[in-house]
Design a protein. Sequence first.
Length: 397
Amino acid sequence: MPVPLLDVNAQNHPLEAEFTAAFTRVFKSGIFIQGPEVTKFEEEIAKLVGAKHCIGVSSGTDAILLALMALGIKAGDEVLVPTFTFFATAGCVSRLGAVPVFVDSCPICFNIDVADARAKITPKTKAIIPVHLFGQSADMDEVMALAKEHGLFVIEDGAQAIGAGYKGKGVGTLGDFGTYSFFPSKNLGGFGDGGALVCNDDKLADFARILRAHGSKPKYYHHYVGGNFRLDPLQAAMLSVKLPHYAEYTAKRQANAAYYTAQLLKVKGIVQADPAHCQCASKQDAALAAAEAKIVLPVGYEHNKHIWNQFTLRLIGEGKRDAFKEFLNAKKIGCEVYYPVTMDQQQCFADTPEASRQGCEVAHRLAGEVVSIPIYPELSQAQKDEVIAAITEFVSL
Ligand SMILES: Cc1ncc(COP(=O)(O)O)c(C=O)c1O
């Protein structure tokens, strides 16, 4: 039985009547830029994550760009970003002429290694962008402490983690800005591109709203250079249809992760990452060697509400990940490598100062070891068992 990595139709088709009604409502309103649908959706998102303000924007990428612009990040500034992330996190920094300084990652939670970030601070460092990778929060106490100590802005890239939590708070609400993506593969997946940013500061929110529409206030009077970063009302209306179901989607992802973990831990050679080794690759390596681990399962930390945008395995041993990927492909089980090349190794950043690309060894290893398997809420029991059977077979080869 084929198991796709993601099946957007399985989630969207049951809501067809509601989506059609939302489309008809916007169609009949004749309001296709901003307006009540966007405002309503922004209020819903602010409530979902526990933020004072939400600003709907055109994508998760534009949310990061807009946050950086609103915070005044400019040419020559340095911004700390995890090297193991999607391109947008670093790309937006570069687009403003600022320098992305690449930070290593934790082999347990895959998030930014704050000790490495600390070591890379210079007088030019202006901000840090923790990414809540794969749906789990970065270590925000440590990030916020570092930011406070050095007067840095914090932009939380929550593209993969809307509705995830850190010590009881919604991710995205702890820094100066939090950003989200509604790209169709995200947990709150839209019908094309879309995104949002949140913040708790009235003035910053107001400024971001001005920059979202070309920096004009009043209309046609430009005190600032902004862009067109608006979220379409049609997109907002469609996403609003999904929101009442979001808690259920998350619960199903969490249940799938728990099921995979319980079943796969019965298999010799499969272990789960140990939170006690967070941000400590050497301890983790010793434990994996002692356990003769072939596959490492991801772990959600107790203080985090992990929303499992991805369920990402590590395949230990040279060439094992690629062999595993081929093995799953042959069985028509979807999988994907997020991410095969770290940001410090991207061609487009080859001209950044060498110091900004140092010391990302853990991330380099992760890029060669990780692979994400299907975790979407609508997976059937038979599909999950098929995935587990395939992994079990591979380990015993
Ligand atoms: C970590 C991260 N940041 C930013 C983005 C950019 O979001 P979008 O695709 O909506 O522009 C993504 C989406 O893939 C992402 O995964």
